[in-house]
Design a protein around this ligand. Structure first.
Ligand code: SF4
Length: 396
């Protein structure tokens, strides 16, 4: 089988460790783990990858995404071993997007050198804010200076594709302070920016503070203006919004003269329902219409990583169709109607015609293109109300 005939797959690797817990985070991560735990966990990951070799056979690897937690908090030698193990089962070529998530408080020149040597070509840096008081309020372990220093190190170290996370609706944030954060980030011309709104989750210090009225969050109106401001400011400064919260540097702008597409290929795979396999504790996989999830229990995972993919859920066609809609409609260019027919052997209008027309009539969605290239996408208003709009695809 030639490379061209092989079906694409993406790989996600979960590293469930952080240096310290941020006040808003409800992820299942250990803080800080002992050295032994990290090494045991890495060994378990290597075993799981080996045990899953069959799932990687005759596939072309489109992306690897090492996320967490804070993958950059563990020794870079562990990351190198994980990528090595993957490459012993499936080719990683220069076309493969290999991302690691990094906290600016955990990077060093040496780690970056090791990442590049291991084949990492994209780094997603969690900044959240350029305002020190906001960083402190979030419980982040880094300063803005740490971020800037490490952004430069990444750039000079050979990482040409950097993504920066910023957060909106955080304590003390105003429209002016958001502009300050965005200005500082835009000056650096990262290839990609994610702008997520803070969500207050149960069992976090923020949740308790909010209950007692001690969390100085922007008001609901202010939050909405901040969210809209992030959108307009980024798009006016050369970034294309391609998903509800994600922006890529448009071709022709400083930082992208070569006209590259800097959308995150790995995340596009999720939204397009492409196949991916997740390694590590609580990691999820989608292969065809099979969804698998690994155990959430670190000890259970580390004691028997060969016994993976515990929950094997075969999606019913109606669930897979609903997923196709609410994941695909997260992208600003929406879904291609012909893809629906190719995936489910059914015309999209037969299943969703009524609800799609209803959304078009309310100016929440629109069509573009003709015939094979006909697409259906949410308008800005539809994206603003995406939770409500997308839930309507679950009912049909
Ligand atoms: S670094 Fe990320 S995963 Fe870790 S505690 Fe903070 S928000 Fe959560």
């Amino acid at each position: 089988m030639t490379n061209k005939d092989k079906k694409d797959i993406g790989i996600y690797v979960h590293i469930p460790f952080c240096v310290r817990k941020c006040f808003y985070c409800d992820f299942n991560s250990q803080v800080p783990p002992s050295e032994d735990t990290v090494f045991f966990y890495t060994a378990a990951l290597l075993d799981e990858i080996k045990a899953s070799a069959g799932l990687l056979e005759d596939r072309k690897l489109s992306s690897i995404y090492i996320g967490g937690g804070t993958p950059s908090s563990i020794p870079s030698s562990c990351i190198g071993r994980i990528i090595d193990r993957i490459s012993s089962h499936i080719d990683i070529d220069e076309d493969t997007e290999v991302t690691i998530e990094a906290n600016p408080g955990t990077l060093t020149e040496l780690k970056i050198k090791d990442y590049v040597a291991a084949g990492i070509n994209r780094v997603s840096l969690g900044l959240q804010s350029a305002v020190e008081d906001e960083l402190k309020a979030l419980g982040r372990i880094h300063t803005f200076e740490d971020f800037k220093k490490n952004f430069d190190r990444l750039y000079w170290g050979g990482i040409e594709n950097i993504s920066v996370d910023v957060m909106t609706s955080i304590p003390y944030q105003t429209q002016e302070s958001l502009i300050k954060t965005l200005d500082e980030v835009i000056k650096l011309r990262p290839q990609h920016i994610s702008a997520y709104s803070l969500i207050i989750e149960e069992n976090t210090p923020f949740y308790d503070k909010l209950r007692y009225g001690l969390l100085p969050l922007p008001t609901e109106d202010e939050s909405y203006y901040i969210y809209k401001l992030a959108q307009t400011y980024l798009t006016q400064n050369g970034y294309r919004r391609y998903e509800i919260s994600n922006y890529s540097l448009e071709p022709g702008n400083e930082g992208n003269k070569e006209e590259k597409d800097y959308r995150c290929r790995h995340n596009l795979r999720y939204w397009d329902r492409g196949d991916y396999i997740g390694f590590g504790v609580s990691a999820a996989s989608l292969i065809g219409d099979h969804r698998f999830t690994n155990t959430k229990d670190l000890n259970e995972y580390a004691s028997d990583p060969g016994r993976i993919k515990q929950e094997d859920l075969v999606l019913r066609p109606e669930d897979a169709m609903a997923e196709f809609m609410f994941l695909g409609l997260r992208k600003t260019d929406g879904i291609r109607c012909a893809d629906f027919r190719e995936s489910f052997d059914t015309d999209i209008n037969e299943v969703y015609g009524k609800v799609m027309r209803h959304h078009v009539d309310r100016k929440l969605a629109a069509f573009s293109g003709e015939d094979e290239e006909r697409r259906f996408f949410l308008t800005d208003t539809g994206l603003d109300l995406s939770n409500v709009v997308m839930s309507e695809y679950l009912l049909y």
